[in-house]
Design a protein around this ligand. Structure first.
Ligand SMILES: [Zn+2]
Length: 236
């Protein structure tokens, strides 16, 4: 008898949870989901101490975008002193080669990026950030270097691109600003369309689902509260 897909998934999940418990304090990737909603439901179950994750407060979990969907990462924190919380973002100094040819604008830029690896969603090596000195054209410059525990390496060009993306308005900010500027009206469907136009397909789908749940009595301002509550911060 072969286990069906769901049973197989549960077995994998339980094994990952067991492994995470054995390595208390270490972030472990528990699974990957096709949607933000699926991953956030799991994060909620873990934080609320359901099933393999009892009791409440014994686990820390988050979901983050990764190359193949939305990854759920968790660490067991029960039964000992609480490890330092993982910040959402980190500021790092990177080498900037300028926009034009000839390395004329070479210098150091401080940028803010997520503490999650864009490839696997795992935590970046925040504690490993160290100064790295180099010389360019007689100038002595200092940037930051770090090592991610997942093994994926960050290159400065990708980090710069990510920081530019990071400065983009979050779904909640976008809806609030558009509503204040009267670019969208009171109807939540307009907020959903706005989110979709700006590439926030997951957030748009969640809002549309909620419009159905609330049978049409859902306003753009309620969308703001809904997104905040859902994400415990911000969804990307
Ligand atoms: Zn990684």
């Amino acid at each position: 008898m072969s286990p069906d897909k769901l049973t197989g998934h549960r077995v994998q999940f339980a094994a990952a949870a067991r492994s995470a418990r054995e390595q208390r304090g270490t972030w472990v990737r528990l699974g990957v989901y096709g949607s933000v909603r699926g991953s956030r439901t799991t994060v909620g179950r873990i934080r609320n101490g359901k099933a393999d994750f009892a009791p409440v407060g014994a686990w820390d979990a988050y979901s983050a975008a990764c190359e193949d969907g939305q990854a759920v990462w968790a660490r067991c924190i029960g039964g000992g002193p609480a490890p330092a919380p993982l910040p959402d973002t980190m500021a790092v100094r990177i080498r900037y080669d300028g926009e034009g040819p000839g390395y004329e604008g070479v210098g150091v830029l401080t940028v803010t990026i997520s503490t999650r690896c864009p490839r696997c969603g795992g935590p970046r090596g925040v504690e490993t950030i160290r100064p790295y000195r180099f010389a360019h054209d007689g100038q002595h410059l200092v940037v930051d270097a770090w090592k991610n525990p997942c093994g994926h390496e960050d290159v400065y060009a990708a980090v710069l691109a990510e920081s530019r993306q990071e400065r983009r308005a979050t779904p909640t900010e976008l809806v609030q600003a558009a509503y204040a500027a009267r670019e969208i009206g009171v109807n939540a469907a307009q907020a959903a369309n706005l989110l979709e136009r700006n590439g926030y397909d997951d957030a748009a789908a969640l809002v549309r689902g909620e419009i159905k749940n609330r049978e049409g009595t859902f306003t753009s301002l309620q969308v703001v509260g809904f997104l905040q509550e859902l994400t415990g911060g911000e969804a990307r």
